[in-house]
Design a protein around this ligand. Structure first.
Ligand code: PLP
Length: 854
């Protein structure tokens, strides 16, 4: 029989054990081994049975056991220490509170951080992959550093799917329902105790309501919106049913709830708790883009017009793009957006056309116009970044069209390379060991222990998977011999979009088989990954891999583990010797799993994409050479070349290095251990989420907060008026005459330069006239340009033209060139390309109009 309704009975803890509640409800336990150890000691069996989830643990542990603990003085003492430690962690000044950090200028009082998913712990399954886990690590690092973030997201009733396999290796998806009452959540309540709500207006007079759940992530509150509430109709109740499910309209409603509802939730949270209002708003990818228009609406209610409000909103907004794949960006048909934001819908006061303009992207001939969430993000954020140096570059090229007239390198998109949260991703044994003081033998032993733990976990998971696929226990004796704790272990786990090339290793199966079965220097491989439920291509790749791994000839050396998630990931990163990554360069924006592996002394073997392009060093691992010069039309040839290079590296370098024992007669792989140490000591500190967060604080949040404060309604009005005025005048702005000095320049000498420009009715203070100088190549393209600001001289001539002059200083012998351009200049602009206006000498003055902002 099935129950028609379920509810959970919250345990009543005896008074002396009340503090357990606080430990369980602050997710800091998930990255604090001592707290986890205390929670485990409540009842080790129940802890295992509860999947190491403290809330579930407290819901299942027997009253008997609780009574015994309540009388146990030793336990009381340890509980007191753990709670005291948590209180210190929550209140003591940390990095963000240090005087010298704050000396550079007032830091933001609060930062709202919006993301469609958050991966904090397996016990709160609200993530699908890299984007969410990065968001979780961002919050944890903010907490550790004392940065005042407020996280904002959605609570999905089915989270992301759980993966299992059919007998023939086809991915099966399950969506277990989560019950908020069994999760570490607390409702945000109004002063009268009723649950706080946000509501959105929908077409046809409907409304979408959501309640607000709070999660404590150390010091950081995370607000999750949940549309499964009684006052919603059935369709609205399902808006937050699952991550990335449903069609276009479903996605649009989710993103409206995240952006608009999320802003309203932040306002409610600050009103109800006295938390300072955010001065910076950070969008982790475009899904939360509607927070910009929502804030334009708020300012509109204070009487600020659209243009000025847009300027004000941009000042405090940061947008991070995460995909170099155009198909990875959310787009909606304009007609769908217009329907939801038209008469009677949300944000109607902005005007549908103005709203559509914010997300419009150039459509190809005959194609319907699309509303692009990344374009919306870039138009509503004054500061933007990609997630590795290479990805910053690719993003500038990808979005260059928004700043016509500027070279792609000048597009105002910077880069902050992602990082990972060390206390979350480093194995406890590795955290405890002070690796710097270990001898080679001890370090090797530690690595073996981690590998052995993984081997045991793999066998348990493989057995469970085979039982689930229909095998009887008696048929599974072979599972006890799967993997060997002394064999070189390679890990490969990720989501399965085609660019990640799950099956590249299968390109030459004979070659792979001989690597696995090599009598002297065998390798073993652990693979995991989920394909998007709608991606049959990805599921076919998984099936290919599963079928290969099912073969009795190799099944002791290669396994596919279903249901890749945070719990599995942690032991996988720690127990592998080599982390393999072979995406199609440059489609991996950053990649973070190799960083997590590095924290545990696992070496990387990867295509030079994302972060590995930046930090590759032969002491940290190996680069798989790429054939990315090959035409896109030859994907198979490219795969074959790159796979051959991978096999050659494994046989020629990786395996010999791992199995090279006893050069010193000590039975240890000397060079390998040297690389493990280099990875731990020199790469480890770079891959940290703390490093990432400090870069966001200094390079993005602090300047955004300063810009936000400078942008009073008057200043915003002034900037909007300025933008309008220069845009009107721009057709009459030109570089009319360039007068170079006479002599041939010599190195160390100077070249005087004098130009005449027409400025329409603008005066010289409204522009910057620049000489752009640098080396030139064969077709006169300027490389590594240097910008020299020219100064106005005297008044206008009879034709109304102004003279600007200055001196160029060639700092390198050889071919050297320059050009001149005019740009709008205003103290409130963050970047010279911001208004998308530039005037160049006639030959180049191609299509420098049609700018970023209408
Ligand atoms: C880190 C992580 C990812 C993302 O890994 P990438 O290398 O960035 O693709 C995905 N899933 C889980 C469970 C992770 O821990």
């Amino acid at each position: 029989m099935k129950a028609i309704r379920r509810f959970s009975v919250r345990p009543v803890l005896p008074d002396p054990l009340r503090p357990l509640q606080e430990l369980a409800f602050n997710l800091r336990w998930s990255w604090h081994p001592e707290t986890r150890e205390l929670l485990r000691s409540v009842d080790p069996d129940s802890w295992q049975a509860a999947g190491e989830d403290p809330v579930r643990l407290l819901g299942t542990v027997s009253a008997d056991r609780l009574a015994r603990l309540a009388a146990d003085r030793g336990f009381q003492r340890r509980l007191g220490v753990a709670v005291g430690d948590l209180h210190d962690y929550l209140t003591e000044p940390r990095w963000y509170q240090q005087a010298d950090i704050r000396a550079g200028g007032e830091l933001p009082r609060a930062i709202a951080y919006f993301s469609p998913e958050f991966g904090i712990t397996a016990a709160l399954p609200q993530y699908s992959g890299g984007l969410g886990i990065l968001a979780g690590d961002h919050l944890k690092a903010a907490s550790d550093l004392g940065a005042p973030l407020i996280g904002v997201g959605l609570l999905y009733r089915h989270g992301y799917f759980r993966q299992s396999l059919s007998p023939d290796g086809w991915q099966q998806e399950h969506y277990p329902v989560i019950d908020p009452h069994e999760l570490p959540l607390a409702p945000l309540a109004e002063d009268d105790g009723t649950p706080a709500r946000v509501t959105l207006a929908l077409p046809g007079g409907r409304t979408l309501a959501a309640r607000i759940w709070q999660v404590r992530v150390g010091r950081v509150p995370l607000l999750l919106l949940d549309s499964a509430v009684g006052e919603n109709g059935p369709a609205e109740r399902d808006v937050t049913d699952r991550l990335y499910g449903g069609g276009s309209e479903h996605r649009l409603l989710q993103e409206m709830l995240l952006g608009i509802g999320g802003m309203r939730a932040v306002r409610a949270y600050c009103r109800l708790t006295g938390h300072p209002e955010p001065e910076v708003f950070h969008m982790n990818e475009g899904h939360a883009g509607f927070l910009g228009p929502e804030r334009i609406r708020e300012l509109g209610e204070m009487g600020i017009g659209f243009d000025a409000a847009l300027r004000a909103v941009r000042a405090g907004t940061v947008f991070t793009t995460h995909t170099p794949v155009p198909a990875g960006i959310d787009r909606f048909p304009e007609e769908l957006v217009a329907r939801h934001f038209g008469e009677g819908g949300e944000l109607a006061a902005l005007g549908t056309e103005a709203l559509l303009g914010l997300g419009r992207e150039a459509a190809a001939e005959g194609e319907p116009a699309q509303f692009n969430m990344a374009v919306l993000g870039l138009r509503t954020a004054q500061r933007a970044n990609g997630v590795s140096a290479l990805h910053g570059n690719v993003s500038r090229g990808m979005f260059a069209g928004l700043w016509p007239g500027f070279d792609p390198e000048e597009a105002p998109i910077g880069a902050v390379t992602n990082g990972v949260h060390a206390p979350t991703w480093t194995a406890d044994a590795m955290l405890r060991a002070r690796t710097g003081s270990l001898t080679d033998a001890e370090l090797w032993d530690l690595r073996r222990t981690l590998r052995e733990q993984l081997v045991h976990e793999v066998r348990a998971r493989l057995r469970a998977s085979w039982r689930q696929r229909g095998a009887g226990a008696a048929e599974l004796g072979w599972v006890d011999d799967v993997l060997d704790p002394d064999v070189l272990t390679i890990g490969f786990a990720r989501r399965v979009p085609s660019y990640k090339r799950l099956t590249l290793m299968l390109t030459d199966r004979e070659r792979l088989t001989s690597l696995l079965l090599d009598p002297e220097r065998p390798v073993q491989i652990v693979v995991a990954g989920k394909a998007h439920p709608a991606d049959d291509g990805g599921k076919r790749l998984i099936q290919e891999l599963v079928r290969f791994a099912d073969d009795p000839e190799v099944r002791h050396r290669v396994v596919f583990l279903p249901d890749y998630g945070m719990a599995m990931a942690r032991s996988l990163y720690a127990g592998c010797d080599v982390w393999l990554n072979n995406p199609l360069r440059p489609l991996e924006a950053c990649g973070t799993s190799g960083m997590k592996a590095a924290l545990n002394g696992c070496l990387n073997l990867s295509v030079r994409d994302g972060w590995w392009d930046e930090w590759f060093d032969p002491d940290f691992g190996w680069e798989i050479p790429t054939a990315d010069g090959l035409a896109a039309a030859e994907p198979e040839r490219r795969d074959a070349i790159e796979a051959a290079a991978l096999y050659a590296l494994l046989t020629g370098q990786v395996a010999p290095c791992f199995y090279d024992r006893g050069v010193n007669g000590n039975g240890l792989p000397t060079r390998w251990l040297e690389m493990v140490r280099a990875t731990l000591d020199r790469l480890g500190p770079r891959v940290l989420a703390e490093r990432m967060l400090t870069e966001y604080v200094t390079d993005f949040y602090a300047p955004a907060a300063a810009a936000h404060r400078a942008m009073t309604p008057e200043a915003a009005g002034e900037l909007a008026e300025f933008a309008d005025r220069v845009r009107g005048a721009w057709p009459r702005v030109s570089v009319d005459h360039v007068e170079p000095g006479a002599e041939q320049p010599t190195l160390g000498g100077t070249v005087p330069l004098r130009v005449r420009v027409a400025l329409g009715d603008l005066d010289p203070a409204a522009v910057e006239v620049q000489a752009v100088t640098g080396r030139v190549d064969g077709d006169d393209t300027l490389a590594d340009p240097v910008y020299v600001q020219l100064k106005p001289e005297g008044g206008p001539d009879l034709a109304g033209r102004w003279t600007f002059s200055g001196e160029l200083t060639p700092h390198r012998p050889g071919p050297y060139g320059y050009t001149v351009r005019v740009l709008p200049a205003h103290r409130l602009l963050a970047h010279r390309a911001e208004l998308g206006l530039v005037a160049l000498p006639p030959a180049e003055a191609a299509e420098a109009t049609g700018a970023l902002l209408r």
